[in-house]
Ligand binder design. Sequence first.
Ligand code: ADP
Ligand code: MG
Length: 320
Amino acid sequence: MDEFSLIQQYFQRKSKQNSSIGVRLGIGDDAALLAPPAQHELVISTDTLIAGRHFPFETDAFDIGWKAVAVNLSDLAAMGATAHSILLALTLPKADPEFLAKLAEGIFALCDASNVTLIGGDTTRGETLSLTVTALGWIPTGQAILRSGAQVGDLIVVSNTLGDAAFALQHLTNTKLDPNLKSRLDRPIPRLELGKALRGYASAMLDISDGLAQDLGHILTASDVAGQIHVEKLPFSTLLAALSAEIRAPLALSGGDDYELCFTISPQKFADFQQLWLVNDLPLTVIGEIVQHTPKNERLTISYNHQPFHVNTQGFKHFD
Ligand code: ADP
Ligand code: MG
């Protein structure tokens, strides 16, 4: 199969293509054409997933496609953006029809669920399977939620539960691994609705991909403040809650692959926000607070029942 028929067969969807508002021209020309809404800024992000590095070689093709889209939409969510479209640069060792069909299914499943259109990409042959997705979204001008806005007195809040994906990764060979935990690793859900709803409420935000401690550290540094987190407040799934704090806390603090949102917000705004978020079943948990950064205190203090809690706060790093 040549590259053009491959694209046509698996990635160009006649019925749905160009259906999103603002997609003037999708797959098939030299470039796509978009019409951005007035008074909005373009939010754009890219991430690569490489087989054997970001996911095990034996990962299901549907899950690979899903996750490549998910990690990128998660970055848009973390800015408060409305997701709009993606580009996919795909490197394949071979053109296996069964694999490609499932890969495309996973990609489109999350695109459809998120109202996102695949508008283009690139297809090449290479030794290792790799997917680079570029995600595009919009945000009303000036409303993006940056890492640099955290204020002294703000609460630190996270969505859902933490550590499930890291636990699943550690127990991949266990055939009795709970399917819910496995799906936290393989099919993360970008928190686009929450991200958008937090416009005008959150003072700073990011998505947790490399472990809470390291990622929250980015907010603290960018905002030049310090943070305190309380291990006893961290939200865990029932399965992880059954483990000892010594085992589950490091999964949340330095595990990675959570793709939940972590944001800072004033106590007053959080009270207001909770009223309007009530209808959603995605839990939000206050895990700590922002304090002043002085020459005397650490950037991030982690305590467990008021005692210092020691954990390796180094999350995933690519070049260590
Ligand atoms: P060019 O040689 O001009 O770069 P390509 O042959 O790479 O064109 O791509 C042809 C069309 O198919 C373009 O619109 C491109 O965006 C799209 N495309 C290529 N690969 C993919 C892919 N993996 N997923 C989605 N669209 C793709
Ligand atoms: Mg090309």
